[in-house]
Design a binder for this molecule. Structure first.
Ligand SMILES: *Cc1c(COP(=O)(O)O)cnc(C)c1O
Length: 402
């Protein structure tokens, strides 16, 4: 099965090349496109081989909950892009976050997390972890002193996302990872909004990166998936064991979709960033828009940090309209091309009103702490022509204030 011409261990390719060729293992048929191995189990030539496989003296597969060739191709390709020693794919982004945290911490430990987290991530650290005696302190992730001040003798992990959802606040990865490292704490970065094309948390000093590959890695709104990347020690000892024993394994079919998604990721991200920059600029001129938040714009409050850690402004835009929820709803309802959905990272541009959907479970005080106003709208830029998107937004905002 091994294919010498496309060794998955080659490391000096540019990202675009690694994302097309990395990780391929061809079967005896020499297929061009990566094979989809829809199989639960594997057969052995003899009982001795089965024994050796279970003793891990023979490197083959045993059962697709533990590993699968298509899933391995996806993991190897993603790990080449990320520059990680090891990668484990999971069924969803939340399975990846849960595995990265719970596989490592135990009762009596403490986690520090930025409070601007994806809703379910916040549930994991704020609600689920404390049920098992794992304490959590939520802080303002943009404040380096707050990270330092929250450290306790039993702090084991720092967890944050950057840019954050939905208000696109940035955390200084290099600085926070250094604070963690100096204190013997592992740092985990949820890198979904930036994508692996725009931000390299491991290169900036973080220990672990997690993805919802559901978003830009699939990129076409089809399958759920996730991944945890980090050192061989962390992934093998903690994450692989967790996935193997508790079962949040990705379907080989979904892994195959993600594997093919990686091939076009650089092209899509480049196009979406260019479109997002144009749409963000266009939004500033539209009726009722009081504020546009886009990390690629010079008026982003952390523009310098954005420039330093993200070579591109990303595909997400947040903006605020005058007139609160009623005006925001009128604008959303008047959009024809851009569809209302709480999802993001699709080829189709999607819009959501965070205060009443993704963040409705937070109290008004918690929302205001995160800067999520009733007039805030989140926009995920797809692959359409920017002129058509700008036109849709212009028409919708005109209608909203008529
Ligand atoms: C979507 C998302 C998740 C969760 O991923 P699923 O694949 O939906 O489980 C986690 N973090 C961020 C930032 C996300 O956008």
């Amino acid at each position: 099965m091994a294919d010498d011409k496309t060794s998955s261990t080659k490391r000096d390719w540019q990202p675009e090349t690694a994302l097309v060729h990395g990780g391929i293992v061809r079967s005896q048929f020499g297929e061009t496109s990566e094979a989809l191995f829809l199989t639960q189990g594997y057969v052995y030539d003899n009982a001795e081989q089965a024994e050796a496989r279970f003793k891990q003296e023979d490197p083959g597969y045993q059962y697709s909950r533990f590993g699968n060739p298509t899933v391995t191709m996806f993991e190897d390709r993603l790990k080449m892009l990320e520059g990680a020693e090891e990668c484990r794919a999971t069924a969803t982004g939340m399975a990846a976050v849960t595995a990265a945290i719970l596989a490592y911490v135990k009762t009596g430990d403490h986690i520090v997390a930025a409070r601007a987290l994806f809703g379910s991530c916040r549930y994991i650290v704020e609600t689920l972890c404390p049920r098992f005696g794992i304490a959590c302190t939520l802080i303002d992730g943009t404040d380096l002193d707050a990270w330092r001040a929250a450290i306790r003798p039993n702090t084991k992990m720092f967890f944050f996302e950057t840019p954050s959802n939905p208000n696109l606040e940035l955390v200084d990865i290099k600085a926070v990872a250094k604070i963690a490292r100096d204190a013997g704490i592992l740092s985990i970065v949820d890198n979904v909004f930036a994508t692996p094309m725009l931000q390299r948390p491991l290169a900036l000093g973080a220990d672990i990166v997690v993805y919802s590959t559901t978003k830009h890695i699939d990129g076409q709104g089809r399958c759920l998936g996730g991944a945890v990347l980090g050192s061989t020690y962390f992934i093998t000892k903690y994450v692989q064991e967790w996935v193997r024993q508790t079962g949040p394994s990705i379907s080989p079919f979904n892994a195959w979709v993600m594997l093919k998604g990686l091939e076009t990721l650089p092209v899509r991200v480049r196009a979406q960033c260019a479109t997002a920059a144009q749409v963000a600029d266009a939004l500033t001129k539209l009726k009722g828009v009081t504020r546009v938040i886009y990390p690629g714009r010079a008026d982003h409050p952390q523009a310098a940090l954005a420039k330093a850690q993200m070579p591109g402004g990303g595909q997400m835009i947040a903006f605020e309209v005058e007139g609160g929820k009623a005006a925001a709803f009128r604008a959303l309802n008047a959009m024809r091309l851009i569809r209302i959905s709480n999802n993001l990272g699709d080829a189709k541009s999607l819009v959501t009103h965070p205060a009443t959907t993704t963040h409705f479970k937070l109290t008004p005080a918690q929302r205001s702490e995160l800067g999520i106003t009733d007039g805030m709208i989140r926009l995920s830029i797809g692959l359409e022509a920017s002129a058509d998107l700008a036109d849709d937004l212009n028409t919708a905002l005109d209608a909203a204030y008529r």
